[in-house]
Design a protein around this ligand. Structure first.
Ligand code: ADP
Ligand code: ZN
Length: 741
């Protein structure tokens, strides 16, 4: 019973506000309740963060409205939000907003209501006879309703009986039935059958891993996070499933984070199947749900009916009580990092939430991030390793194709080297499948003028436009700008335009020409715009209707196709040359992950890696499946150059549509930081970002590095808050940045 509350409103005003609670609401309001409050001349949505017996505020106003009948944010999630605001140097309001899906926060979408039919009186025989003669359709409908064991939606009834609304309304008027509205759940997996499957008997390594997790479940307060390093196909997912079963057995709940891109129907199915005995046990949260579905899945968790959530990044904030276990699958995936404020990393937030909730946390990967492996090496995490594939399959044989030599041989560089071509040929005759991987969409990556040498660049971004043949247009992959293909060079007027570079569209075409009898399909963001396209293509591939699948990273992750015995990596150098200290790590991860797609069945797999830099360490270590070796040499490089994980970094970006404003602001800020930060922090000179112009904005970077990150975040905040920037300049701080372009 509190007279006053303290709230955080949904806008960044950087201040918490007190309000009075009208008498009738006092016993229904609590920490985590959502309210509507008057603020200046507006009304704002807000979250209650404290209840107070008295308030020091003057002229206190009452709240306008209490939303919902239960708090929606737990006190521990509010605590987590406060940690995030401090660590990520970000307003608490911004963090609070991201805790709740928009549909819950705005409370605009409610339950879906449907009309249900219920029998009110059983018709007497004579009544039914009479009805049959006078209105046979009504009689037919009434007889159908009499047979029903329970009320059903009117729409379903009419569909089943092929009768119309008029007959239904007439029966209402005659007093035989009544219609009433009832809430129904929108289940994104309605209509699918989930069959409870059995657990596998774990092998030795798996058993040891599960045992470790069980220890953590038993004493979560003291147990460090577990890093499960298991090669692809070593049965990590099976361990997650059994660990969750052990969690449920303790009366606890579990969160499973999966990168959005791996959150395929196949993945969801594995979890839904395993826990199919209890309906509604597993809820799913990801970006492809409709607002209504997200609303219902969220409430399934909030009400406690669902005890497991499987979801992408933001599912780390799922409203589960009694958390026992958080699993972060593919913990190295950079998509766990949110690239807008709050710029949090879901894996790191998972570790902190686990600490606050006193639950176990399990990070799994075939290629752990340097950050996590470093934490394991230092004893902050416990390492558990799976070195064997469960199916006893050999690791695939990785062959490096030196494109420099190929080029000498064939003069004009072919997309597929001779070796890769003949390997595909063999697969086709053996009726085995091939995956070709290229991390670049489109047909040609640039349109160049052979006379003046100019490329067609995006007017808003400093990148070349990509030519897409499907719609015969040029498009920017960063801002979406789209342009017609000019007939002549707009710079010099010559009729000398040539297409250069290639993307997945061209690979698809090239492969189809080389192997006219093969069925070739492409899977990338362009070909998969429909929700079902992804599912259909995967299904066709799994059932053997497709011989060669060409795609981007969409096909690199977590998919399991026993009949794939060949994987071709068209160009392994794409990531290597990015100006990013993690470029090598990403290449190593990508090669290992893609290679993991080959040979998961009976036949051994083969991987061809086409590259111009065959001796780069990321390629060589990946070739020998040597993670530990890679880690050691990469860590040495990071240590020498003072890059994460051996230190922390914060990337500050000043951007504006006026180049001089952005650069001047960055200069001023760097100067001020040098005055305000202690010497232990290193501050780079402001420099144009590698991608200098993005979406019409010029961007300048400052990289600050140092070990005490929370202190750094605080000092940054103080400095930034005191600096007046021109109105058109935006300054963003990215703590532990993953996007350095
Ligand atoms: P990962 O997640 O490490 O890539 P999965 O858990 O997907 O590996 O396992 C690969 C395949 O092996 C799956 O089809 C899985 O059902 C199966 N599997 C896992 N553990 C066992 C086991 N102990 N015995 C037999 N098959 C298993
Ligand atoms: Zn652009």
């Amino acid at each position: 019973m509190s007279q006053f509350i303290r709230v955080i409103v949904d806008r960044s005003i950087r201040r918490e506000l007190d309000y009075a609670v009208p008498e009738p609401l006092r016993d229904r309001i609590a920490i985590g309740s959502r309210v509507r409050v008057p603020f200046r001349d507006r009304s704002l949505l807000a979250t209650v963060v404290a209840t107070l017996a008295e308030s020091p505020a003057k002229g206190i106003k009452p709240i306008a409205e209490l939303l919902g009948d239960k708090p929606v944010v737990s006190p521990r999630l509010i605590e987590l939000a406060r940690w995030m605001a401090t660590y990520y140097c970000c307003p608490i309001e911004t963090v609070m907003r991201s805790l709740l899906p928009q549909v819950i926060r705005k409370a605009e979408v409610g339950w879906k209501k449907q009309l249900f039919v219920r029998l009110t009186k059983l018709p007497a025989i004579e009544e039914l006879e009479k009805l049959r003669r006078r209105a046979p359709r009504q009689a037919e409908l009434l007889e159908a309703i009499v047979q029903l064991p329970e009320a059903i939606p009117a729409a379903d009834l009419l569909r089943q009986t092929a009768l119309d609304n008029a007959a239904l309304r007439a029966l209402v008027r005659r007093g035989f039935i009544e219609l009433h509205e009832q809430a129904v759940e929108r289940d994104p997996h309605a209509g699918e059958q989930f069959i409870a499957d059995a657990e596998y008997a774990l092998n030795e390594e798996q058993t040891a891993a599960l045992k470790l997790i069980e220890t953590a479940l038993a004493s979560p307060q003291t147990h460090p996070p577990i890093l499960l390093h298991g090669v692809t196909g070593s049965g990590k997912t099976e361990i997650y499933l059994q660990a969750i079963r052990a969690t449920l057995a303790r009366g606890k709940t579990a969160i499973v984070l999966v990168p959005e891109i791996s959150l395929t129907p196949q993945t969801v199915e594995r979890f839904k199947n395993r826990f199919a005995a209890a309906p509604d046990m597993v809820a799913v949260l990801h970006s492809h749900l409709s607002e209504g579905e997200r609303h219902d899945e969220w409430h399934k968790l909030h009400s406690g009916r669902a005890k497991i959530v499987i979801g992408a990044r933001s599912a780390i904030f799922a409203p589960l009580e009694d958390l026992g276990l958080i699993v972060v699958d593919e913990e190295h995936e950079t998509s766990y990092k949110q690239e807008e404020a709050p710029r949090y990393h879901a894996r790191d937030v998972a570790v902190v939430r686990a600490k606050l909730e006193k639950c176990a946390v399990l990070l799994g990967s075939a290629t752990p991030s340097l950050e996590s492996y470093y934490n394991a090496a230092r004893g902050k995490y416990v390492l558990s390793t799976l070195t064997q594939r469960v199916d006893q399959c050999q690791m695939p044989l990785i062959r490096i194709v030196d494109l420099r030599q190929e080029r000498r041989k064939e003069k004009s560089a072919a997309i597929l080297s001779e070796k890769l071509r003949s390997a595909i040929e063999t697969r086709l005759t053996r009726k085995e499948q091939t995956i070709l991987f290229l991390n670049r969409r489109g047909f040609s990556t640039s349109l160049l003028c052979s006379n003046c040498g100019k490329a067609r660049d995006c007017p808003n971004c400093s990148v070349a436009l990509t030519f897409h043949r499907t719609n015969a247009r040029l498009s920017c992959h960063l801002c979406g700008h789209s342009a017609a293909v000019p007939k002549r060079c707009p710079e010099c007027g010559e009729n000398a335009l040539i297409y250069a570079g290639f993307g997945t569209e061209k690979v698809e075409e090239n492969v189809a020409t080389l192997f006219p009898k093969a069925v070739v399909r492409r899977m990338d963001a362009d070909s998969m715009t429909r929700k079902e396209a992804y599912r259909d293509t995967l299904h066709a591939f799994r059932s053997g209707k497709i011989d060669i699948l060409v795609g981007t990273q969409m096909i690199a992750k977590g998919l399991h196709f026993p009949n794939v015995t060949l994987v071709g990596i068209i160009n392994a150098d794409l990531a290597l040359h990015l100006p990013d200290f993690r470029a090598g790590e990403r290449t190593f991860q990508l090669l290992t992950q893609v290679a993991g797609r080959a040979g998961r069945g009976e036949a051994p797999g083969e991987v061809f890696v086409q590259t111009y830099t065959p001796f780069s360490p990321s390629i060589q270590f990946a070739r020998h499946h040597d993670y530990a070796g890679y880690f050691e040499q990469e860590l040495e490089f990071r240590e020498q150059c003072k890059f994460p994980p051996t230190t922390h970094a914060v990337l500050i970006t000043a951007r504006s549509e006026h180049e001089t404003h952005a650069s001047f602001s960055a200069e001023t800020l760097a100067r001020r930081l040098r005055e305000n930060l202690p010497n232990e922090y290193s501050i780079s000179d402001p420099a144009p970002a590698p991608l200098e112009k993005l979406q019409g904005q010029y961007r300048f970077h400052i990289l600050v590095r140092g070990e005490a990150i929370v202190r750094l975040s605080r000092l940054l905040r103080q400095t930034l808050d005191k600096l007046p920037f021109p109105e058109d300049v935006t300054v963003a701080e990215d703590v532990d940045p993953y996007q350095l372009l």
